[in-house]
Design a protein around this ligand. Sequence first.
Ligand SMILES: CC(C)(COP(=O)(O)OP(=O)(O)OC[C@H]1O[C@@H](n2cnc3c(N)ncnc32)[C@H](O)[C@@H]1OP(=O)(O)O)[C@@H](O)C(=O)NCCC(=O)NCCS
Length: 197
Amino acid sequence: MEIKGERVTIRNLRLEDVFEMRKWGYHDNPLLEDYNFPHMSDKEIRLWYRMKVNNLFNKYFGIRNENDELIGYMGIKGIKILRRESTLGIVLDPNHINKGYGTEILDTFLRHYFTKMKMRKMILEVAEFNKRAYRVYEKMGFQPAGYYLDEFFNQGLDLTNPHYLAEKSSFVIDGEKIYNYIYKMTLHKRRFFQMRG
Ligand SMILES: CC(C)(COP(=O)(O)OP(=O)(O)OC[C@H]1O[C@@H](n2cnc3c(N)ncnc32)[C@H](O)[C@@H]1OP(=O)(O)O)[C@@H](O)C(=O)NCCC(=O)NCCS
């Protein structure tokens, strides 16, 4: 399968794509550390790839730009064949964020998802501090359907870091533990086409 946008090409994830992710940049923002591609041996990369693709209910895609560089990957997880819904995940190379690719990728993919794949609904979860991701989802028509606190992935976060201080209102510190607010968002087919035309 291959889906083409103006600048991007989205196709089933390949092992060679994962090896290319080793060349990616990294986020200085410690809140986004979880999205830095981890250091892995060749063996670990093969295992990571197999874990992603060997699941009937998940589908992963590699995303290339106009220069044929691998700029990101995305997945739809927990695919429900009868309910025709799934949960989105997307991660771009930190060197390629804020260039409009995320918007183009999701617009292109969602058209395919709601027509060719005949899906009806998409679900996702996004941290409240992740304003850029939230903005892109909002542009697609996603609407909040839930709001809850979860344990932050890094309990050792430096609470004097300016990135944390700027987003402090999205966190709760309860005794020793660090929690952050998460939005669950949903998008229905009709709303997507109303928003995007
Ligand atoms: C989230 C992600 C996929 C978005 O893709 P992208 O290519 O960076 O996004 P785009 O450039 O298409 O659009 C970014 C939008 O957010 C806005 N934005 C950027 N930084 C922002 C901030 N700090 N606050 C509010 N809005 C912001 C931009 O202005 C733009 O909106 P606009 O088109 O209305 O001007 C990408 O940044 C990424 O992979 N981030 C790291 C991993 C991640 O967070 N994944 C999502 C987890 S839920």
